[in-house]
Write a protein that binds this ligand. Sequence first.
Ligand SMILES: Nc1nc2c(c(=O)[nH]1)N=C([C@H](O)[C@H](O)COP(=O)(O)OP(=O)(O)OP(=O)(O)O)CN2
Length: 178
Amino acid sequence: MTAELIFTRRFCMGHRLITGSSERCAIPHGHNEYVRVTLRPAKQARLDGHVNMILPFAEAKARWHGFVDEALDHSLQLSETDPLLAWFRQNEPQRAERIVVTPGDPTTELMAALMLAKLTAFLADQGDILRVHEIELEETPTNTVRLGGNPQHYLPVVNRPAKDCWWNRPDQSISDLP
Ligand SMILES: Nc1nc2c(c(=O)[nH]1)N=C([C@H](O)[C@H](O)COP(=O)(O)OP(=O)(O)OP(=O)(O)O)CN2
């Protein structure tokens, strides 16, 4: 028997897809998204008959929901090749820090994988008590991406070491650009 902890958070984001795969999505627009994560204990163990918790819910989700609330909520997601990035850096450098910079278009598939990697990094840094089994990212009420397994096998190849990619670092970073 496998116990799972499932946490859901809502956040608001803006993005655009510039590669032409969905032309109407090339105009900046936003969504109210839900991210739902399913966590499993790294080691299965019997409840102790006293505390009867894997980990208090608040403790298990605090860091992850802190990242969603402070780094993702009301952020703008842009591809690292998007010319809007240079515009923000030049004209509104402080607001440029609120931009999630992604390797290629910030699609739901990519964001689910980046978020899975970030949560994996948080949980490892918190002592490897819990592991991510699955992440679901609901972009709209009609479109959801579900992802499980090792995100490193799914993420696009980038030309810098894994440790230099924000999604692998257990911190609030959302960009690697200086
Ligand atoms: N495979 C993907 N396709 C699309 C993505 C994506 O992330 N992955 N994203 C978009 C756009 O962001 C768009 O805002 C949402 O897509 P779309 O289904 O075209 O629009 P609706 O949610 O309004 O669709 P309804 O079925 O009418 O509700 C496009 N494609």
